[in-house]
Design a protein around this ligand. Sequence first.
Ligand code: FAD
Length: 392
Amino acid sequence: DSRKYTGIVEDCCCDYETVDSVNGAVLHPLLQELVTTPFFRYFKVKLWCDCPFWPDDGMCKLRDCSVCECPENEFPEPFKKLMQNQNGLPSDDLKCQEGNPQGAVDRTLDSKAFRGWVEVDNPWTQDDETDNSEMTYVNLQLNPERYTGYTGPSARRIWDAIYSENCPKYTSGEICQEKRVLYKLISGMHSSISIHIASDYLLDETKNLWGDNLELMYDRVLRYPDRVRNLYFTFLFVLRAVTKATNYLEQAEYNTGNLEEDLKAQSLMRQLLYNPKLQTACPLPFDEAKLWQGQSGPELKQEIQKHFRNISALMDCVGCEKCRLWGKLQVLGLGTALKILFSVDGKNHPNQLLQLQRNEVIALMNLLNRLSESVKLVHEIGPSVEKTMEGF
Ligand code: FAD
């Protein structure tokens, strides 16, 4: 076997081969379909760039261009009405104003699209959904995570602040497992973002030609085995959060007013949660019970929570709107996974019930889908890219 990554994913409970096979056969196809359903494709987000850290920065003052060629037939009837009510305009009256079209977000819906979910604070994130001012709905299907041209000091400063101030890279043996987990989650998400930039890259601007940039994929991720390992780790961590919340997610209402599509979302969720192949091959993707066991567990948890909230706040400083959208979604998805795994302790506090916001579930499942796509890409094209780049 010529596999480069073998054995158990570090700190997890499943091996690389199993992850690839379960992902390819079960998770990836289900998630790809799930995220196209109306419930999962509309994400509520505050896109206003409201950076608390570098107030003087020119990058972060203007709201980027709003590309709004919203195809009318994309939306269910009730959504169209809500949209016209809120804006006072039919959607195609909204015009693009300024900025970098690759980096801009295609706005869509109003805030009343979904009902019946609670609004409770997430201790791991700068809470977004309960702060209703300036919130918009975005159709994620119209705004794929891809190359946007956002680069240079502004982008670099954010990653630097994340890594140096909030989750320093560990050297083996030096740091406790909990801090290592935080670092690996961020690094895994970063790998996934880079894989998406490289697999949906603007190859020729004049022809508007998009495709793979394999050199970039190699330079940013594949040549660093740690970054690949962290991607697999993050995937398993988020998958564990989803499976741990099975009862909640099975009973949740996926209601958008489109009965057929909503039933489909529910059915896909059940197929994923109760999948026999997943349950047999990788029943416990990550074992959260091993963490916070030391004497300083509670303080450590608070410290790491504070760091994660800072990372969440840093997303307001991302100077490209589409990157901000996906940055916020993925950090909220990670924050939701952290909340499910570490903030609900049914064993010691049986009355502590899991409560999630609708937006948290949307972020969680879309994050899992992003990670699943990245894992699939790394598995399928990684070896040949490495071969080419390393000149074998
Ligand atoms: P960067 O990716 O900026 O990395 C900076 C440094 O971090 C590297 O030099 C390395 O030391 C370290 N590093 C890199 N990867 C890892 C890893 N996996 N684990 C640990 N350390 C690592 N650009 C887009 O085109 N589209 C997007 O959707 C997009 N979304 C973004 C979302 C966020 C939240 C941020 C902060 C940036 C986003 N960007 C996006 C910008 C993109 O991530 C890069 O910053 C940019 O392309 C410049 O890349 P770079 O080569 O300087 O390396």
